[in-house]
Design a protein around this ligand. Structure first.
Ligand code: HEC
Length: 177
């Protein structure tokens, strides 16, 4: 094979490559290939269920872990933010807000000689740990229209502590979660 023949072969190869790529480019231009925006069908994977805690019932909050952050002693200090409106002592009187003795485990809006807002009456839930945690985080957000004019307790430790403190002021405290 002489160099002239080799050149012819190389030229043929280069020519073929150009033609093949050329055709590919041209067809792309003619039949504009669009990728569909969404997959035609979606394969749904089964959603794994959490079995370790019942956080589904508590708005995603692990109450046990939350309460572990608090102490009754710290709760007594935090409760000073509530005393302008609430008494927690046994036999205490309603102030701007209802008496809170035994409130954990009690139905919401259950004090008969206190005039609750329509919103809290309609709420109709028992004050579980989780309910209390959500309410104290942001009262107005948890129960729209509640007349408790309190911004909320942002710190988990403060909420946990005040909940433990209130639970200790009761004839029948809620059991540990
Ligand atoms: C500015 C006054 C005010 C402050 C401060 C306040 N509350 Fe209240 N609270 C109220 C009022 C008023 C209601 C009644 C709400 C309604 O009827 O919607 C209420 C209701 C409640 C209820 C529901 C009671 C029931 O019988 O269903 C709980 C629990 C509660 N407050 C806890 C607290 C805690 C804990 C704090 C402190 C971290 C606090 N509040 C601070 C005024 C206040």
């Amino acid at each position: 094979m002489n160099s002239f023949e080799l050149n012819k072969i190389l030229a043929a190869i280069i020519f073929t490559v150009i033609v093949v790529f050329g055709i590919e480019k041209t067809t792309d231009l003619i039949f504009q290939v669009k990728t569909p925006p969404e997959a035609a069908y979606v394969v749904e994977a089964p959603v794994a269920k959490t079995v370790t805690s019942d956080s589904s019932k508590t708005g995603g909050v692990d109450i046990k872990a939350l309460l572990a952050l608090g102490t009754i002693e710290h709760g007594e200090t935090v409760f000073k933010k509530c005393t302008a409106c609430h008494v927690v002592a046994k036999g205490g009187k309603n102030k701007i807000g209802p008496v809170l003795y035994g409130v954990l485990g009690r139905k919401s809006a259950a004090i008969t000689d206190y005039k609750y807002s329509k919103a809290l009456i309609a709420h109709g839930k028992v004050w579980s740990y989780a309910e209390m945690n959500s309410y104290l985080l942001k009262p107005q957000a948890h129960i729209k229209g509640t007349k408790m004019a309190f911004a909320g307790l942002k710190k988990e430790k403060d909420r946990a502590s005040v909940i433990l403190y209130m639970n200790s002021k009761s004839d029948s405290p809620l059991p540990n979660p």
